[in-house]
Design a binder for this molecule. Structure first.
Ligand SMILES: [Zn+2]
Length: 125
């Protein structure tokens, strides 16, 4: 996979292609997010980009109140992916107050605020 360019741009390009890809440090083998030029775990600067599995768990969740004429209440969450990174997301397909901490979800690339974004849905099974 192409590994040049600014890490944040790499991530966004991935989303634009419908993939969640994250930098994995070549030195310590850990993933991190947001993408940075230097590994936050060991300060190495070489990464390989890998698509994530999408399996994750809700770490925190908030219901944002909004009038129905503006789209109604919605959920904002912090999802922790099994790769060990946390990112802001939103759970779709569920009433916002039904999203619970510890819930197992599947992260996928959807659309939010007119752009590609990481969204979640309840995991099946
Ligand atoms: Zn590292």
């Amino acid at each position: 996979m192409e590994t040049t360019g600014h890490p944040d741009k790499m991530f966004r390009n991935g989303l634009a292609e419908g993939r969640i890809i994250l930098p994995k440090c070549r030195s310590c083998g850990k993933f991190h997010f947001f993408p940075r030029l230097v590994c936050p775990h060991c300060h190495a600067m070489e990464f390989a980009w890998h698509p994530v599995s999408g399996r994750g768990e809700i770490h925190t969740t908030t219901v944002v109140r909004q009038k129905p004429e503006h789209g109604g209440d919605y959920n904002i969450c912090m999802v922790e992916l099994e790769e060990g990174v946390r990112m802001m997301s939103r759970v779709e397909g569920l009433a916002p107050q039904e999203v619970k901490i510890g819930m197992v979800v599947t992260a996928y690339v959807g659309e939010a605020a007119g752009g590609a974004a990481v969204l979640c849905k309840p995991a099946e099974g």
